[in-house]
Design a protein around this ligand. Structure first.
Ligand code: SF4
Length: 263
């Protein structure tokens, strides 16, 4: 476990989410890690909940359905079941029937794209329900992997995306980080392919996969962790995702009057 002594912020297990948030904006990272700040300002949004519902359906697709049941109708049923399982919360987040209908239509389209894809024709090697946890030296790594397939050459790591494809915004670190974790877990099975599958369009993007990736990824992960550990200020950094940031109202760059700021 790594600890930032100056701010008493426990970095804890290293995930891709933590690394990418820190790279994006150190102030956002600090807010994300501070539980009281996080719970005060974090808001679930329709795209966030939608993503979680779809990921839940794709997990249940293999865990809970017989092969003959794996069809569009059953996927819609699972989606409805998962929505109703936390109905009050979901109704509050989606707010009105029109928004719910929009997301139901989106879900149906994504299920069709999934059923048309190559992924439905193969049996996954692993659909992890829990985060994959591995240690390298004093680093504890945590990876939330959607799916791993296996072929004669080795493993393919697949990450389902429910948002729109924006190619310049694709961050290879996520899949490279997962490769690092999975290579520790299955040292005899090489990772030969890493793919983002965009359910909205049915498009898949596989990123370059080489045996030497892990070495480079580990160097990068250690570098970011070192920066976090040495950071005394956690300065805000304007970036393309500011408009979706939970902490806009307390961000010094968005709100010049910081007299009520929690830090
Ligand atoms: S609004 Fe932008 S600059 Fe401010 S904390 Fe959020 S991500 Fe950082």
């Amino acid at each position: 476990m790594v600890k930032n002594k100056t701010k008493d912020i426990q970095i804890g297990a290293i995930s891709y989410t933590k690394l990418s948030i820190y790279q994006q904006c150190p102030f956002q990272y600090k807010c994300y890690l501070d539980k009281s700040i996080y719970h005060r300002y974090h808001r679930d949004t329709p795209p966030l909940i939608f993503g979680s519902l779809i990921h839940g359906v794709l997990c249940s697709f293999y865990k809970d359905l017989l092969v003959k049941e794996r069809n569009h109708q059953q996927m819609r049923r699972l989606f409805k079941e998962k929505f109703l399982a936390d109905q009050i919360k979901h109704l509050q987040i989606f707010k009105n029937k029109q928004t719910i209908n929009q997301y139901v239509a989106k879900a149906k389209q994504q299920f069709s794209n999934f059923l048309d894809s190559r992924f439905v024709k193969t049996k996954p090697y692993l659909v992890p329900e829990k985060n994959q946890r591995m240690s390298i030296g004093n680093l504890e790594l945590l990876a939330k992997i959607d799916r791993i397939d296996k072929n004669k050459q080795g493993l393919e790591i697949i990450d389902y995306k429910t948002g729109k494809l924006y190619e310049p915004g694709i961050d290879p670190l996520q899949l490279n980080f997962y490769q690092l974790v999975i290579s520790q877990k299955y040292p005899l099975l090489p990772v030969v392919r890493k793919t983002y599958f965009y359910l909205d369009s049915g498009k898949e993007i596989s990123i370059s996969t080489k045996a030497s990736d892990n070495k480079k990824t580990l160097v990068l992960v250690k570098k970011i962790v070192k920066q976090i550990d040495a950071d005394q200020e956690f300065k805000p950094k304007i970036n393309s995702k500011c408009r979706w940031c939970d902490f806009r109202t307390i961000c010094p760059l968005q709100r010049p009057d910081t007299t009520n700021a929690p830090f």
